[in-house]
Design a binder for this molecule. Structure first.
Ligand code: NDP
Ligand code: NDP
Length: 315
């Protein structure tokens, strides 16, 4: 398949691996790129020296295009941007912030810029700032998420109608059938997170991977809406958040409860009680930990089967 997204990134399949804190380093990014998708290094959990190291290793591990995800609220963002420019990364996915601030600088350095949005207002704003494409992230997605709780099913057609640049869909996509559904909604690519957390190459702790394998539907919830909304896998930390929210905790109380480094503790160090576990709703469907290459192959195969199933079903 060739479309605006495969051409923009020069990739075989419009399958983009999400940039996820603590889960997507150079090993996962290069494996996805080598499999024909677009791998992304998640820079938000990396100190500047760490990002530099990951980019260098990724360049050695793949000759194919890969990207860096840069949440714009990262504290040392200028250092990350310098690294990205110096190392010659030519695709950046920005998220969690105002695309007006850095898009022109990145574009001036020849970098393709994609921005992640969760509503039409931010989609239009991103387009007016000159980004090359957007990712529409629906309510089902893991990690940080929009306040409006718009599902992927509702968000994607709305964004596709609103903007002229290509739209990729994120949130709830983990197999070929959901990819086909996203393309039927008008997306030209999919960004997939949770399915790739359950790959051999993801840097998520084994305990976290096993907790995701055991997840059923209803195992995650969008929490901490007074701070930055985040979809969490339910555990002891989630229970504490829920109790605090139910007993009218204010923003400061929630910040104190969250503390610092909870996500690292859970997703990277494997503390399944006290850690913050960010994962999407699709985790209830995921039942295996396999190499990233096999994930891409399976998605492509199932997409084609699902497409064939639909042939002849014209109303
Ligand atoms: P603020 O609400 O403090 O907004 C800061 C500034 O950045 C504002 O000028 C705002 O625009 C702009 N802005 C923020 N996010 C975006 C975006 N995605 N696209 C375009 N402009 C943006 O920022 P917060 O970080 O507290 O959260 C803003 C929204 O983004 C919330 O809905 C939040 O849930 C979501 N978010 C999404 C993340 C993701 O990775 N998908 C991560 C973190 C937050 P304006 O003045 O027009 O409102
Ligand atoms: P915290 O403030 O709780 O902790 C910061 C974490 O980031 C620490 O574990 C720290 O590692 C690490 N870190 C890496 N670089 C720096 C730096 N320059 N300064 C300080 N800490 C750094 O934040 P979270 O762990 O909840 O989130 C980390 C970042 O990721 C935030 O910017 C957050 O908004 C973003 N984020 C983005 C998401 C996305 O969807 N793209 C999803 C969730 C979060 P150490 O413990 O080794 O000091």
């Amino acid at each position: 398949m060739q479309n605006r997204i495969t051409k923009l990134f020069n990739i075989q399949y419009p399958i983009i691996q999400a940039g996820m804190i603590w889960c997507s380093g150079w090993q996962l990014a290069s494996a996805v790129s080598n499999a024909g998708g677009l791998g992304i290094i998640g820079a938000a959990s990396m100190y500047p020296e760490t990002l530099k190291e990951h980019i260098k290793k990724c360049k050695l591990a793949t000759k194919l295009p890969f990207a860096v995800n840069l949440p714009l609220l990262y504290p040392d963002i200028d250092q990350h941007i310098n690294t990205i420019i110096e190392e010659g990364v030519n695709i950046v996915f920005t998220s969690a912030g105002n695309p007006n601030t850095y898009t022109s600088l990145l574009k001036k350095n020849g970098i393709t810029v994609v921005h992640v949005v969760s509503n039409e207002k931010f989609a239009l704003k991103a387009e007016s700032c000159g980004v090359d494409a957007i990712v529409g992230e629906g309510f089902e997605a893991g990690g940080h998420n929009g306040r409006e709780e718009t599902t992927t099913m509702c968000l994607i057609p709305q964004l596709v109608n609103a903007v002229k640049i290509p739209v990729m869909a994120a949130g709830g996509i983990g197999c070929g059938r959901t990819m086909l559904a996203a393309l039927a909604l008008g997306a030209e690519g999919v960004q997939i997170g949770s399915r790739f957390v359950l790959s051999n190459e993801s840097s998520a702790h084994q305990n976290f991977k096993e907790a995701i394998l055991n997840a059923t539907d209803g195992a995650t919830e969008l929490s901490l809406k007074q701070l930055t909304p985040v979809r969490l896998l339910k555990n002891k930390f989630y229970d504490l958040v829920k109790h605090a929210e139910n007993t009218c905790a204010n923003k400061e109380d929630l910040e104190a409860l969250l503390g610092r480094g909870r996500a690292k503790k859970g997703m990277f160090e494997g503390d399944m009680l006290e850690g913050e576990l960010e994962i999407g709703q699709i985790s209830g469907y995921l039942k295996s930990i396999i190499p990233a290459k096999q994930i891409v192959e399976q998605i492509v195969k199932d997409y084609n089967l699902a497409l064939a199933d639909l042939n002849g079903q014209r109303l």
